[in-house]
Design a protein around this ligand. Structure first.
Ligand code: P1T
Length: 380
């Protein structure tokens, strides 16, 4: 069955007991045992909950993987993947990624004796060059946050396989509608379901999807043992979001392309970052591995920090906020928001300068969005 159908049906059969068409919010912490150890598949809600199971099944189906695991946040899912490593191991991560991922590597895992290198995502060879004897994991985001660079998953998975290294791909920015990394050779897919999957800026959640049974058992064991699981209501909201993922993603991508084209012609804009522009360096790889270019774009304003402040202050539809992937358009300032944990010098070296702005295109009317930007530019 096709994506749109699976999003609505997989893992979401009518409730066995009542026939409820929509999976109930199983708001329970524990489950009756008929005799010691004799239960109906559920013992305790940290270990498993039927609403969460439905979400995990649907997510696995949409990423075309065998197993899904849901978490209380994207960072909890990320943390679980990094927890596969032990002291002395080495991780290679792309040098453009969510600031919180960088933070957990630098502030938590480094302290535990795990080392990391950051490879220049513009050059695949930099990943191979960074490989050490103790490298156990390659971690990439594509599209990257916030520079919207595209990394060739197929080619990087060949490198990972050659050296017997796990490849994890954070697929948050593309969503499974536009990109399915497991089919391109990745071992593990990670999501912040907070974003496109839930899609309405009303929950924080995360997920891991994979095919390998042994690895799944290990990650599931950690999920239960460390306990960063989503509650039944959040699982239910993510599941409800999932049902409309396909139509939302088409609208996000259409609006993002429209805004990217508009911005790229604006005299107050220095540069636009959107992999769907055929002038963008990442366009060809994006076309190869994605079926659409998603809804995130960034740009550099001509001007300094005060110009950025004036621009933001005069927007009416775009909300200045962290996060992305909801139906409403958001605008953010990575330098002091999502990527504030990266030291200034390092951040600027990576391209996140003081005039750098990130946009999450919502699904409002695209002309209204353009007009809002256009009015605010008058104050720059
Ligand atoms: O916020 P949380 O659900 O824990 O997800 C973390 C995360 C993981 N991966 C990517 C690519 C992300 O963008 C994020 C969170 N990002 C933001 C909050 C943001 O505004 O970029």
């Amino acid at each position: 069955m096709k994506f749109e159908t699976r999003a609505i049906h997989d893992g979401q059969e009518a409730d066995l007991k009542t026939g409820a068409v929509v999976i109930p919010i199983y708001q329970t912490s524990t489950y009756q045992q008929e005799a010691i150890g004799k239960h109906r598949g559920y013992e305790y809600s940290r270990t498993g909950n039927p609403t969460r199971t439905a979400l995990e099944t649907a997510l696995a189906s949409l990423e075309e993987g065998k197993y899904g695991l849901a978490f209380a946040s994207g960072v909890a899912a990320t943390n679980t993947v990094f927890s596969l490593l032990k002291t002395g191991d080495h991780i290679i991560a792309g040098d453009d990624m969510y600031g919180g991922t960088y933070r957990i590597l630098e502030r938590v895992f480094k302290k535990w004796g795990i080392s990391m290198s950051y490879a220049d995502v513009d050059y695949l060879s930099s990943f191979e060059k960074a490989i050490q004897e103790n490298t156990k994991l390659i971690w990439i985001e594509t599209p990257t946050n916030p520079l919207l660079k595209i990394i060739d998953i197929e080619r990087i998975s060949e490198i990972a396989r050659k050296y017997n290294i796990l490849l994890a791909v954070d697929n948050t920015f593309a969503s499974p509608y536009f990109q399915r990394p497991l089919l391109l050779g990745a071992d593990i897919v990670v999501h912040s379901t907070t974003k496109y999957i839930a899609g309405h800026s009303d929950i924080v959640g995360g997920a891991i999807i994979l095919n390998d049974q042994k690895l799944y058992s290990e990650l599931k064991y950690y999920q239960n043992t460390a306990g960063a699981v989503p509650g039944p209501l959040d699982s239910w909201l993510a599941l409800r979001g999932l049902k409309t993922l396909a139509i939302r993603m088409k609208a996000h991508a259409e609006n993002a392309l429209y805004l990217a084209k508009y911005l790229s012609k604006h005299h107050k804009v220095e540069h636009v970052y959107y992999p769907g522009l055929d002038s963008d360096n990442n366009y060809m790889v994006a076309r190869k591995q994605m079926s659409g270019f998603s809804g995130m774009l960034s740009f550099k304003l001509k001007g300094d920090r005060s110009a950025v402040d004036r621009f933001f202050a005069n927007l009416k539809l775009f909300t200045l906020a962290e996060s992305l992937g909801g139906v409403e358009s958001l605008i953010s300032y990575p330098a002091l928001m999502t990527h504030a944990s990266i030291p200034r010098e390092e951040r600027i070296k990576r391209g996140i300068t003081d005039n750098f702005i990130r946009v999450s295109a919502g699904i409002e009317n695209k002309s209204d969005l353009k007009n809002d930007l256009s009015s605010a530019f008058k104050y720059v």
